[in-house]
Design a protein around this ligand. Structure first.
Ligand code: COA
Length: 329
């Protein structure tokens, strides 16, 4: 074990589409109000991609910024991992599309589908490859264009989601910066509380699936809410224990940005003041895998997290999946 190398996040960046859709815009589309959305979720607006913008487009933009910040070239990447539930196509993997676009000729490519937990799943995989020396530079991208799988007539889901991407460069650490612990989990018995029914081998696209809007997100919001609260707490607690860190030592917790009430419940469980739990869902809504990466990039850019700070990330999502990590940034 002692020969394992430490992995760190060398750089992180984000990209979101320009167009903003506010709660007031949604009032004109479905039977809802800005007040209902704000009080039940905390969301005020979200970024929405135009027709041509895919997950790879946003992923490439975030990647170029992250590579520049890390001071490494695309040719130096050994592995590209893309976390997304909105790949450009079923195959080839969005990681391959991005690899080609940026000229990462040496890199292996893989997509992972862990829904909103995808960014932390990606960090965990990257960490293992760095630890064993199998890879020196790993690019983890989380990119989603959820607006394209949203039922814009369903007020119980369309108010929640937004589009965006984050990209992180993971490298071997020669300082005390380190991804200290990761905890991943899943439970497929909850698969039917958050899912997209058609377009896979179970229900290939047909006129019927299109007419029934089965290519859009279906969700039982209350069941997801309950599972989210439980799993975010338990996974973060485990990640802290594995890292040997107390919650009071954390500079910042960056939870998945799905619902302010879920985040508040986590904050109270950890007994942390408001300023130690990052919230930006008012501006972006829930961007699934991208949410934590976007938030971390913002927190870093605004000087809220600095090298040497202990931070924690935690997420839950469709699957169900959940994940947490403690990082010395
Ligand atoms: N505007 C106005 N009313 C709405 C509405 C909307 N956009 N969406 C639902 N409602 C109505 C419902 O129809 C229901 O009406 P009824 O009481 O007459 O039947 C009422 O509001 C309450 O609905 P309910 O589903 O109980 O609300 P809630 O407090 O559970 O909030 C969510 C709904 C979706 C905001 C909440 O359950 C949630 O955020 N869950 C987690 C979802 C999540 O995080 N998903 C992503 C996971 S990665």
């Amino acid at each position: 074990m002692s020969s394992l190398k430490k992995a760190k996040i060398a750089a992180i960046a984000r990209a979101v589409p320009e167009k903003i859709l506010t709660n007031f815009d949604l009032e004109k589309m479905v039977d809802t109000t800005d007040e209902w959305i704000r009080t039940r979720t905390g969301i005020e607006e979200r970024h929405i991609a135009d027709e041509k913008t895919t997950s790879s487009v946003l992923g490439i933009e975030a990647t170029k910024k992250a590579l520049k910040k890390a001071g490494i070239s695309a040719e130096e990447l050994d592995f590209i991992i893309v976390a997304t539930i909105t790949p450009d196509m079923v195959f080839p993997a969005t990681a391959c599309i991005i690899q080609n676009a940026i000229g990462a000729t040496k890199a292996a490519t893989m997509d992972i589908e862990a829904a909103c937990s995808g960014f932390i799943y990606g960090l965990s995989i990257a960490r293992q490859y760095i630890a064993t020396g199998e890879a020196k530079n790993v690019l983890v991208i989380a990119s989603e264009v959820l607006s394209k799988i949203t039922d814009w007539d369903d007020r119980s889901t369309c108010i929640l989601f937004g589009d965006g991407a984050g990209a992180a460069i993971i490298t071997e650490s020669d300082s005390d910066s380190e991804i200290m612990s990761t905890v991943l989990g899943g439970d497929g018995k909850y698969g039917d509380i958050l899912y997209l029914p058609a377009g896979g081998s179970k229900k290939p696209a047909s006129h019927e699936t299109v007419d029934n809007k089965e290519h859009t997100i279906k969700m039982n919001g209350q069941d997801v809410f309950k599972a989210a609260v439980t799993k975010m707490r338990s996974s973060l607690k485990k990640a802290l224990e594995k890292a040997g860190i107390k919650s009071s030592q954390l500079k910042l917790v960056i939870p998945h940005q799905a619902n302010l009430r879920i985040i508040e419940s986590l904050r109270k469980f950890l007994d942390l003041p408001k300023e130690k739990v990052y919230v930006n869902l008012q501006k972006y809504g829930n961007t699934s895998a991208a949410s934590i990466a976007i938030a971390m990039s913002e927190a870093e850019e605004n000087g809220i997290i600095k090298r040497g700070d202990y931070i924690a990330l935690c997420a839950f999502g469709g699957g169900l999946t959940w994940a947490a990590t403690v990082i010395k940034y």
